[in-house]
Unconditional design. Structure first.
Ligand code: ATP
Length: 134
């Protein structure tokens, strides 16, 4: 089986969508290996989004992600990475299919409710960052 780092970002938490995201993960057949409500330090956000350093939206993205509590989890199961990305839908919510989390609940690319690792390499890096030792 495989593991993915999933975040319910601060917009998802403030809008009361934590249970909805967890429900969809569980109904899909994935399981939770770790879960915590977090206030994210800037240094963790910078490491998480290192690949976006220097992009026009980077500063705004860091402010958003550190601006309120988020829920971090490790999701586990066969094909967990691709399975969660399918649940999440396309990065831009107006391109995400209806029925996906972003397609159903979001309208703006920055405020797209969830994050999910995009490869086994990023999943390992992200799980080591968010849940060292898990
Ligand atoms: P995530 O990594 O959060 O799962 P993703 O892999 O689908 O999203 P990336 O391209 O890695 O998308 O972008 C990371 C995050 O940065 C997006 O989820 C979104 O919140 C934000 N983002 C991406 N592009 C933009 C943009 N043009 N303007 C504002 N925010 C953006």
């Amino acid at each position: 089986s495989e593991r993915s780092l999933v975040l319910v970002k601060p917009d998802g938490v403030s809008r009361g969508l934590v249970g909805e995201v967890i429900s969809r993960v569980e109904r899909k057949g994935l399981t939770l290996a770790a879960l915590e409500l977090r206030n994210v330090e800037r240094s963790v956000a910078e490491q998480h989004y290192a690949e976006h350093a220097g992009k026009p939206f980077y500063e705004s993205l860091l402010e958003f992600i550190t601006g309120g509590p988020l829920v971090a989890m490790v999701v586990e199961g066969e094909n967990a990475i691709a399975a969660f990305r399918q649940l999440a839908g396309a990065t831009n919510p107006v391109q995400a299919a209806t029925g996906s989390i972003r397609g159903d609940y979001a309208v703006e690319v920055q405020y797209n409710i969830v994050h999910g690792s995009d490869s086994p390499e990023s999943a390992k890096r992200e799980i080591d960052l968010w849940f060292p030792g898990v």
